[in-house]
Design a protein around this ligand. Structure first.
Ligand code: HEM
Length: 422
């Protein structure tokens, strides 16, 4: 087995202390440059896991579900058996062909045409979000801005009532940031919060049957798989997938976007001067600061991978941010540069995974980021960090839980009719 350069240290790369200030990028680059695959000890049942760094190996694992199953979930930790059994009936824990059937039910909601119809309301949300902070000249960016658009959009799509937003967000934070004492007492509380989201989704389905309304929830409940419709409970599992997939990831990306622009004011100014740079800026933030640190798959049989013998049941941990800064794939990989051609960046980064579970909401994610970032640069000058940013305590999600900003409102340009130009 490969030797870890940090083997003097008893802990492993994926340790909460190492991630105290976010993903330790220097260490990850060094590991990637010196290893193709690396065994790391951990405190879970198999006493260890394999780290994968290279794009080709990550692609092979994520694209070959018969050898590397997702039925144990994407987290390093093992779910308690009773919770795992329930989760395995949800799309994100399924392998093909069953997975494909479930995914096809929700695919339509994120196709380009559905997004085009949703775009005006998204722009309106983004304006309202900035309206709510602009006159103060300061805000806590993560909760007042970054989470707001993805949250409002997904609630709008699913028909969640505004009065329930707080409950759903609290459960989502606890489920995804269960290692952070600000959100959860312990890991088990995280598993329970995930179950709580399913319960909420189940009740939302029941509510839609009594009070039908125009939403994706209604469409999914009316759709059929092999002549059968989803039960409320099955819908609840979908709900859990969509809320967890769609909110924290975008929030973290926006937090990092502000961080990078504050540290690269010339690029912020360039974006203000030329909004056609927005798509490239979005892709660059996604490349440079992949919010999902890793995805786990589990070997279904004894096999060989990258020259190592993998035993049935071993965990393969695909580090998504590793290829994103691989010098073999990107020129000047550790430079943040919004002028990179977006298509080449998209082809080579693995921020949204790959294979059958490739992010279902990728188009929605890109549009959320483009609209929110566009509204920020249009209305905010000279953003700056005040106070010490706080990172969420997690080895799975890389992002801030608190980012206090100050800024200058940008003078509003008036149209000939005296209305603000928007
Ligand atoms: C910057 C934003 C986002 C990032 C970085 C991201 C990343 C990812 C990644 C890496 C996966 C693969 C999971 C796996 O293979 O196990 C995934 C799956 C998924 N994402 Fe996203 N995501 C983002 C935004 C969204 C949004 C906005 C939505 C929906 C509104 C969404 C919904 C989903 C769903 C439902 C899955 C599971 C798909 C499946 O199991 O087939 N994501 N996402």
């Amino acid at each position: 087995m490969s030797q870890c350069p940090f083997s003097a240290s008893p802990d492993t790369f994926l340790s909460l202390d190492r991630f105290a200030d976010g993903l330790p990028r220097g260490e990850l680059n060094a590991l990637r440059d010196s290893h193709r695959i690396l065994w790391q000890p951990d405190a879970f049942a198999r006493r260890g896991h394999w780290l994968l760094f290279q794009q080709q190996d990550i692609d092979h694992v994520l694209q070959t579900p018969d050898l590397f199953t997702n039925t144990h979930g994407p987290l390093l930790e093992d779910f308690p058996p009773e919770i795992l059994a329930d989760q395995q009936q949800s799309m994100t824990f399924m392998d093909p062909p069953q997975h494909r059937k479930y995914r096809s039910l929700v695919d339509g909601a994120f196709r380009p045409q559905a997004l085009r119809m949703r775009e005006p309301v998204m722009r309106q949300f983004a304006r309202e979000i900035i309206d709510s902070v602009i006159d103060r000249g300061e805000c806590e960016f993560v909760n007042e801005v970054a989470i707001q658009l993805p949250m409002r959009v997904i609630f709008h799509v699913l028909g969640v009532r505004p009065e329930d937003a707080g409950t759903v967000m609290k459960l989502t934070n606890t489920a995804t940031l269960a290692d952070d004492p600000d959100y959860a007492e312990n890991r088990h509380a995280g598993f329970l919060a995930s179950m709580g989201l399913m319960e909420f989704g189940t009740a939302l389905a029941a509510d839609h049957r009594i009070n039908p309304r125009d939403s994706m929830t209604m469409e999914v409940l009316e759709a059929e798989i092999d002549g059968e419709q989803l039960t409320d409970r099955e819908f609840g599992r979908f709900f859990n997938n969509l809320i967890i997939g769609g909110t924290e990831t975008t929030r973290n990306t926006l937090g990092w976007a502000m961080w990078e622009f504050i540290h690269h004011p010339d690029q912020y100014a360039a974006l203000q001067a030329d909004p056609s740079l927005l798509p490239g800026a979005v892709e660059e933030v996604l490349r440079y600061r992949s919010p999902v640190v890793y995805l786990r798959r589990t070997a279904t049989q004894d096999l060989e991978l990258a020259g190592e013998k993998i035993a049935k049941g071993d965990k393969l941990i695909c580090l998504l941010g590793s290829p994103n800064r691989d010098p073999a794939l990107f020129e000047r990989p550790d430079e943040f540069d919004i002028t990179r051609p977006p298509n080449a960046t998209r082809r080579n980064y693995r921020t949204f995974g790959t294979g059958p579970h490739f992010c279902l909401g990728i188009n929605q994610a890109r549009l959320n980021l483009e609209i929110m970032l566009g509204e920020i640069v249009r209305r905010i000058d000279n953003p700056r960090i005040v106070g010490k940013p706080r990172h969420a305590r997690s080895i799975f999600m890389d992002g801030f839980k608190e980012l206090q900003l100050a800024f200058d409102p940008r003078p509003v340009t008036l149209r000939t009719d005296g209305q603000p130009a928007r």
